[in-house]
Write a protein that binds this ligand. Structure first.
Ligand SMILES: Nc1ncnc2c1ncn2[C@@H]1O[C@H](COP(=O)(O)OP(=O)(O)OP(=O)(O)O)[C@@H](O)[C@H]1O
Ligand SMILES: N[C@@H](CCO)C(=O)O
Length: 292
């Protein structure tokens, strides 16, 4: 038999990318999860979707998670006659918490798990490369797949990542309106001043040290000049909250492409703007994991 004859479930964490200075490189897995079950059927593609995005995402071959599954089936050289997907979505979409990376990672992990012997034919590094190609950059898919704190880079065509264990308090402030990553990326300039590139290189290096043993440096280590200010007009309330938190000495950044604001602290609920959702989280040391 080519495919396993039982449903397979994966749990994938939300992620925060950039973390201030580490644009398109640094990422953190968070204790907030989507869960998806996939089952091979006799024909067609069917969905049972609940939670975040349930009213917006397509229920056909263009569904992001299915597109990722299909790409992994291509690599495995096996395509099932039909698939049923049960999605329990809790990660909000378009908020900078890695919902698209979680969907892509869920798709590729499920496809591998559905093929008998799939784990022997597709290793994690290949899955990571495929997920990075689909997402366009590695900073969310790395922690979604491997958990923890990840430093990712692209070497030629190959995506690479280094995973570190960190333990830090995190609070996310999630606004009600989405900003699509594609829109936020469109606001970035093609070139930046050398002084700003140099500024961010130093801060990104410091951030790795701060997260792995020098938390007193987090306020300096989370400064950025490469993306947050350029995107401020698309998310003015986020930018205002970011400035307010930092003036108070709370290390805060725009999470991913925004508009969520992430603070490296707990006990800062008082800063949550009216109408926003606020959530205290921890780092998820585990990335995508099959649920027994
Ligand atoms: N669970 C899901 N199922 C299907 N499609 C999804 C899912 N999660 C995300 N998507 C698709 O990805 C889009 C959001 O991706 P986008 O890159 O704009 O934001 P994000 O991934 O939430 O944030 P960021 O990349 O900044 O962390 C959704 O509008 C939807 O089209
Ligand atoms: N590094 C990405 C993360 C969001 O996908 C960005 O800021 O555009």
């Amino acid at each position: 038999m080519t495919f396993v004859d039982r449903p397979v479930t994966v749990r994938v964490p939300a992620t925060s990318a950039n973390l201030g200075p580490g644009f398109d490189s640094l990422g953190l897995a968070l204790s907030w999860y989507d869960e998806v079950t996939a089952e091979v059927t006799e024909s067609g593609l069917t969905f049972d979707i609940r939670g975040e995005g349930a009213d917006e995402v397509p229920r056909d071959e263009t569904h992001l998670l299915y597109r990722a599954m299909d790409a992994a089936f291509d690599l495995l050289g096996e395509h099932p006659a039909g698939v049923h997907l049960t999605c329990r979505n809790t990660i909000p979409h378009g908020r900078g918490l890695g919902s698209s990376a979680a969907a892509i990672v869920a798709g590729v992990v499920l496809a591998r798990a559905l093929v008998v012997g799939g784990a022997d034919r597709l290793d994690d590094r290949t899955l990571f490369g495929l997920a990075t190609d689909l997402e366009g950059h590695p900073d969310n898919v790395a922690p979604a797949l491997f958990g923890g704190f990840t430093i990712s880079w692209v070497d030629g065509a190959a995506a690479e990542t280094l995973r570190l264990d960190v333990d830090v308090d995190v609070t996310v402030f999630v606004p009600p309106e989405a900003v699509a990553t594609s829109v936020a990326r469109g606001l970035l300039p093609a070139e930046v001043p050398h002084a700003d590139a140099s500024f961010n290189a130093g801060r990104a290096a410091l951030l790795v040290a701060a997260l792995t043993g020098a938390p007193e440096r987090l306020i300096s280590a989370t400064e950025d000049r490469l993306h947050q200010t350029y995107r401020a007009d698309a998310m003015p309330e986020s930018y205002k909250l970011l400035r307010r938190l930092r003036v108070e000495g709370v290390p805060a950044v725009v999470s991913g492409a925004g508009p969520t604001v992430l603070a490296f602290a707990h006990g800062v609920q008082e800063w949550n703007p009216p109408g926003w959702a606020e959530r205290e989280l921890r780092v998820s040391s585990q990335g995508a994991a099959l649920v027994p």
